[in-house]
Each structure stands twice: as structure tokens, then as C-alpha cells.
Ligand binder design. Structure first.
Ligand SMILES: [Zn+2]
Length: 366
């Protein structure tokens, strides 16, 4: 960042923040450079490199106005999901910071102290930055399947997670007659199957769901399960759809509890609100993209991104470029080189458009 002509610093949580010198209006471009275990080379880092390249080119060209670049820390949540963007937007509480722990129970506060970062927090500068733009690989197969090279993100989906538990009685699986069993496992499998079979009819077009964890206790081939649980996750851009699905799932759990010789109950274990991107800003990116490749694909993001934090603080928009085979969070993650170049050109043109509008009119509206 310093080589590109930015005033660069690493802040208290490890964000790397590069400001274009001067007091002109800027667009903030960023993403994250942390990754998941065995992750690929583009998830996150691509959006930071775009910002760095656009800032470098603008400084070199002596462009009026400019780009501030940020590499947010720990978007993936090794210690605390979206740690860097939360800190930047001033929504990270000291309690959250003190409580956060990562692998091997290492406390985030200890790790940050050992890293020797500055005590300063970099912060959103409302009198300076008119918009936040984040480019990211799609991490899914939709763009590739449609032959589209740019995606414009309407919003980032909300997530609801529920743990459903059944409690029965452990008995000998060879000697206990079937009619006398209090089989928590069988009750839970039947309920899980009912939910999965019902979801297509209950959900909206873009809803996705997953039962990604299931556990039996004591968990032996010759013991009737005494306890069983699964975790159901549902994602959609529309909170009303999520409300409706939650109500239906709760009713199905209650029905299962009413008819079974075991107790069945559920609890909510996670909830992230859906976040809409700024419409006016997203439309600028869409129009700029259309000049390059025709109408881009308009799509929600099923994955979380720093933009879902930043969008609550300042006008924000995201663009996606295709992922080969839809693969991501894996070392095979890749994108065609001409798509990588195209994404950067579209983002650079969007920056110019936003800055020229900010110079002559108001900043993009909410
Ligand atoms: Zn990412």
C-alpha cells in the first residue's frame, strides 16, 4: 500500500488500512485477506487487490478524488466473524472482544496483544468516504451456469439456525421389543425427513436449507439412542420468508413431540439478519458492468461478507465474478484470468462514476 502511494497502517485488530493522501472525497474498497483452513487464493484477497490496484492507478494518473483501501481482518471468524469490519464500523463491543476465543481456546485479546498491533482503531470516515465497494468471487455456480461474467449483489441473506433435540431412553437394542422403545434417534430422523421433504413447498425460490450436523447419544450400534439432535440452518434474503419458515418448522417440531414416546424440543442457536445493498449504488455498478458485458446477473449472496456489516454504516454495493466450477473454501478455488481483469475494470469504472456523482451531486442515497 505504501509503495502504491497510500498512507498505510495496521490497526488494533489487524486491519490494514491505506488512505489516499489529501482530503478529497473517496470510495472505500475492501474485503478480507484472512482465509479458511486449506482455503483458496481469491476468497477475500481479490477484493483487497482490486482496491490496491485501482488506488495505485488513480494516484499514478493524478486523479481528483480517490480510493481508500482496507483489508479487513478475520472475516471468516477464526476468532470473531467480521472482526475487522465490525471494528471499522464501530459496532464491536469491548465485551465481544474480551470474550472472543479461537482454536485451542486462545483468547483474541491475548493474540492481538502478542501481535503488537497499534492501539488505534481505524474507523469509517463519513465526511470523506461516500461509498463502500466490495468485489468478491461468487463462491457458487450460478454465474458460470448462466454464462454471466459479473453479478450484482442485491443483498446478503439472513441466517436462522435451530438445534432440534429428542430425549428418550437408552436400552439394549437386541432385547427391548420395538413397541417398548423410547428411540430418540428414530424420532429425530423421521422429523428431519419431514422437514426436508416439506421445505421445497414452504420456501421461496432462493431459499436454501441444510441439516449439517446430527448426533446420537450414547452412539453405539447396540444401544437404542437416548438423546439425538440435529442443527437446521435456513437462509433467505427476505426476513418475512424466514419468519414464515421458522413458524412452520416450530409447528412440525410440536407435532412430532405430540405423537412420540420421546420428548422433542427446539431452540434457536443463531440468527443473522438479512442486509440489503444500497440500491442506487448497486445500480451504478450494474450500469457500468452492462457497458462491458451486457446486463449482469442480479443475485443475492448466500455467503456472508464484510459488506453485510459495512452496509449498516454507509452506502455499500458488491459485485461478484465467477468461480470455476462454483468451488470455494477449498484450495482448488479459481477464476478465469480474463474474468479477474474484467471485474477490476468494472469496479474501477464504478469508482469513477461514484466519485463524479459525489463531486457534482449528493452522495448515493440509501
Ligand atoms: Zn470472503
Amino acid at each position: 500500500m505504501a509503495e502504491a502511494g497510500l498512507a498505510a497502517a495496521i490497526d488494533r485488530v489487524g486491519n490494514v488500512y491505506g488512505r489516499t493522501p489529501g482530503n478529497r472525497r473517496t470510495v472505500l474498497i475492501g474485503s478480507h485477506t484472512d482465509s479458511v483452513p486449506n482455503g483458496g487464493w481469491l476468497d477475500g484477497a481479490l477484493g483487497v487487490m482490486y482496491g490496491l490496484e485501482i488506488a495505485r492507478a488513480m494516484i499514478e494518473a493524478g486523479h481528483a478524488g480517490g480510493v481508500d483501501v482496507i483489508s479487513f481482518q478475520d472475516e471468516e471468524g477464526t476468532f470473531l466473524p467480521c472482526l475487522g469490519s465490525k471494528s471499522y464500523c464501530g459496532v464491536l463491543s469491548n465485551d465481544d472482544l474480551a470474550r472472543a476465543a479461537g482454536p485451542d481456546e486462545r483468547r483474541l485479546s491475548d493474540v492481538l496483544a502478542a501481535a503488537g498491533f497499534s492501539a488505534e482503531a481505524s474507523r469509517f470516515e463519513p465526511d470523506r468516504q461516500v461509498a463502500y465497494l466490495e468485489a468478491h468471487i461468487e463462491q457458487g455456480p450460478k454465474l458460470e451456469a448462466a454464462g454471466a461474467r459479473i453479478g450484482i449483489v442485491t443483498g446478503i441473506v439472513g441466517i436462522r439456525r435451530f438445534r432440534v433435540r429428542a430425549s428418550g431412553q437408552a436400552d439394549h437394542a437386541g432385547t427391548t421389543p420395538m413397541r417398548l422403545r423410547k428411540d430418540a434417534g428414530a424420532a429425530l430422523i423421521r422429523l428431519a425427513a419431514r422437514i426436508l421433504e416439506s421445505m421445497p413447498a414452504m420456501s421461496a425460490g432462493e431459499t436454501v436449507w441444510n441439516i449439517g450436523a446430527m448426533e446420537f447419544k450414547p452412539g453405539a450400534a447396540n444401544v437404542v439412542p437416548a438423546e439425538a439432535s440435529f442443527i437446521l440452518e435456513i437462509r433467505d434474503l427476505d426476513e418475512k420468508v424466514l419468519d414464515r419458515l421458522q413458524t412452520r418448522v416450530e409447528a412440525m417440531v410440536a407435532e412430532a413431540a405430540a405423537g412420540a414416546p420421546v420428548a422433542v424440543a427446539h431452540e434457536s442457536i443463531g440468527r443473522i439478519e438479512a442486509v440489503a445493498m444500497d440500491r442506487a449504488l448497486a445500480d451504478i455498478v450494474r450500469k457500468v458492468a452492462a457497458r462491458h458485458v451486457g446486463e449482469p446477473m442480479i443475485m443475492p449472496s448466500g455467503a456472508g461478507h464484510d459488506a453485510m456489516v459495512v452496509a449498516r454504516t454507509m452506502p455499500s454495493a458488491m459485485l461478484f465474478i465467477p468461480s470455476i466450477g462454483g468451488r470455494s473454501h477449498n484450495i482448488v478455488e479459481d477464476t478465469r484470468e480474463d474474468d479477474i481483469v474484467l471485474g477490476c475494470r468494472v469496479l474501477a469504472d464504478a469508482v469513477n462514476e461514484v466519485l463524479s456523482r459525489a463531486g457534482s451531486t449528493d452522495r448515493p442515497g440509501r
